[in-house]
Design a protein around this ligand. Sequence first.
Ligand code: SF4
Length: 221
Amino acid sequence: MARFVEVETAAPLIPPRPTLPLLRSLAAGCRACDLYKRGTQTVFGEGAGSARAMMVGEQPGDAEDRLGRPFVGPAGKLLDRALAEAGIDRRAVYVTNVVKHFKWKPRGKRRIHEKPNAREIAACRPWLEAELSLVKPRVLVCLGATAAQALLGRDFKVTRHRGELLRSDLAPYVLATVHPSSLLRAPDEETRRRETLRFVQDLSRIAPLLRDAPQDHAPGP
Ligand code: SF4
């Protein structure tokens, strides 16, 4: 049963001995920022607790909000194809977002993505930190500027460090690249093809880091 508590950040909701299923259940009742009023449901991370890679995006999109699962919409399907092309077993990847509710504004009958603000990102950060502390990924991949700046600092520029393998306290390796949704917004087919290829090349850099040790492919909680 979800608990409903008004708090400044989600930190008070993190239990002393968290597990991924427990966090998911508690996050379902989170009201640490106003986004719970707009989204259909909390979209918590998904994947094996033993995943060697964690991929972090900005926030769930329209399809994710309706289904309650991360990266299941068009951008998620593109990510799945890119992972396969990069030789990465999707089961070795835990996917989540910096912010776990869909922030949107209406435009006609459509729900248009709206970027989360610093207050919302800070409020939601304890969930992400708890996921990181449990999964302990070998490689952390920031998908897009919002994720990269939330995790690596506000001055971090994806354009400058895209595809580089960086060292961090967050994980032995950190890599920042674009969010797959940016590829869907490419102005023409040629740009999309070229940028998708570059995205696959970025992901290919982490593939050897996920292969060189046994991986537990137990299904995620
Ligand atoms: S976006 Fe995050 S902090 Fe805000 S209500 Fe949802 S789960 Fe809680």
